[in-house]
Design a protein around this ligand. Structure first.
Ligand code: AMP
Ligand code: ZN
Length: 472
């Protein structure tokens, strides 16, 4: 099994990956809160998590990936304050919470599909798991890690020595945040304590409620990921992922309640994707005017152009979105697909050269195994296109790399679009040649003529300009 290493938010360094059970990986992903469409920032996160998932599979691991769907309990501040996002969504659209949840969960799955993100092996909505939540909360109460106050159940963070292990936050800078919070919860014993179960809801119109030993109510947000993960992946998991905004409080609280409940370490590696930003800062759903996959499609971008845009940068750096960069990416993607299509068409030119194949494959896995260096992986793809080997070998490598990149590199573009793509390519070359001639670079001009001829395209110069035809 090949070596994979990546940055672990828990140890704050790049660690070699070693699963709990050899050859197998348990992978948990925080899923979306389904009160609105996912914006392309959220989807950057899922694209890079998909790379994590697919790289592990490519390296030969048997991966089980689990994702929750947050359809209850997520308040708008991400702490225990603000409004309930699902209730807000339902009010906005004059629908029930469950209708909203179903509609936006389906929209999310459709986005995953368009972006070639593999569907997790298990997708579980929070509202499916209320008995599991109640069981964990009861366990925390029995062990003295939770308390009841003002009719809600809270987790007592002062019972843990290392509550802040995952985060750069501490009691002091947390205090500042809380002081600024107009909605401060006076029932808490400690500032960082968080709600496990609400019975005294501050929302009169809270739609979804369940019976519990502490009265009719509903769960806090964090409990769902601990329970859903444990339900499907057991008490020791390998990797947990999400966006960097999840580090605190969400993942910090997940660790607190999970480890207090099971009494030992829970998850070994924490993988966090940095944000997509635009010139105004972090993209977020609550800001309104969100940029979605459908908006990109309406503007004429194939969703896979956005996938390629994400892969060109490292997941641990903020990524700035702009239409200028997307336009460049679209041109690069279209050109790439034209090239891979041509290679595919001409791939009956011999047997796959195993030595060449293996050496590129190894480099590709090395790049991805080095903290998921996706831009290097794409550079290697371009090297393959230019490599001194036959098309059969190139095609085998393109297909192999595309198991992780998933850019549909060998999917045949429709005949009509091949024609127009081809035409675009030829026109680009004619313009390049005219420019070379203008600069008296006749060697370059001849090289372009020969390049086109080798593809069966004949150029004819006249006083009106250059025309082309297919060779007999
Ligand atoms: P949500 O649906 O708000 O719970 O978010 C879904 C996922 O997207 C979470 O893992 C967030 O951390 C992540 N996320 C939110 N905003 C961004 C952003 N601008 N860029 C990248 N990831 C984000
Ligand atoms: Zn979560």
């Amino acid at each position: 099994m090949s070596r994979i290493r990546f940055y672990n938010t828990l140890t704050k360094k790049v660690d070699d990956f070693k699963p709990v059970v050899e050859g197998k990986v348990s992978l948990y992903t925080c899923g979306p809160t389904v009160y609105h469409f996912a914006h392309i920032g959220n989807l950057r996160c899922y694209i890079m998590e998909d790379i994590l998932d697919r790289t592990l599979r490519y390296a030969g691991y048997d991966v089980k990936r689990v994702m929750n769907i947050t359809d209850v309990g997520h308040l708008s501040s991400d702490a225990d304050t603000g409004n309930d996002k699902m209730v807000e969504g339902a009010k906005r659209e004059h629908k029930t919470v469950m209708e909203i949840a179903k509609f936006y969960a389906d929209a999310f799955f459709s986005d995953l599909n368009k972006l070639n993100i593999r569907m997790p092996d298990v997708v579980e909505p929070a509202t499916n798991c209320i008995p599991e939540f109640i069981n964990m909360i009861q366990g925390l109460l029995d062990k003295g890690y939770a308390y009841q106050a003002g009719d809600n159940i809270y987790f007592d963070t002062s019972k843990l020595e290392n509550y802040y292990a995952l985060t750069n936050q501490n009691e002091d800078n947390l205090m500042v945040g809380v002081r600024d919070d107009v909605d401060e919860d006076t029932n808490k014993k400690n500032k960082a304590d968080f709600v496990l179960w609400f019975t005294k809801s501050k929302f009169e119109d809270q739609e979804l409620k369940w019976e519990s030993p502490w009265g009719v109510g509903y769960p806090g947000w964090h409990i769902e990921c601990s329970c859903i993960s444990m339900k499907h992946l057991g008490e020791r998991i390998d990797i947990h992922c999400g966006g960097v905004d999840n580090i605190f409080p969400h993942h910090t609280n997940e660790i607190a309640q999970s480890e207090a409940f099971i009494g030992h370490k829970w998850c070994n590696y924490w993988f966090h994707v940095h944000h997509l930003v635009d010139k105004n800062g972090k993209m977020s759903k609550s800001k309104g005017g969100i940029l979605t996959v459908s908006v990109l499609e309406e503007k004429g971008y194939n969703p896979l152009v956005y996938r390629m845009f994400c892969l060109q940068s490292h997941y641990r750096k903020p990524l700035e979105f702009s239409y200028e960069v997307m336009d460049n990416m679209k041109a690069a993607y279209d050109k790439l697909i034209r090239t891979t299509n041509r290679i595919k068409k001409d791939a009956n030119d011999g047997a796959v050269d195993k030595a060449v194949f293996d050496s590129y494959k190894e480099k590709f896995l090395d790049a991805l195994g080095d903290d998921f260096n996706t831009s290097m992986a794409i550079t290697l793809l371009y090297e393959v296109l230019k490599a001194d080997t036959n098309n059969a070998t190139k095609l085998a490598l393109i297909e192999d790399f595309d198991q992780v990149l998933c850019l549909d590199l060998t999917k045949e573009v429709e005949a009509a679009s091949v024609d127009s793509e081809l035409e675009g390519f030829i026109n680009e070359k004619i313009a390049e040649r005219a420019e070379a001639k203008k600069n008296k670079d006749f060697a370059k001009a001849d090289a372009i003529r020969d390049e086109l001829l080798s593809k069966g395209i004949v150029l004819k110069d006249s006083r009106e300009g250059t025309t082309w035809s297919l060779a007999e």
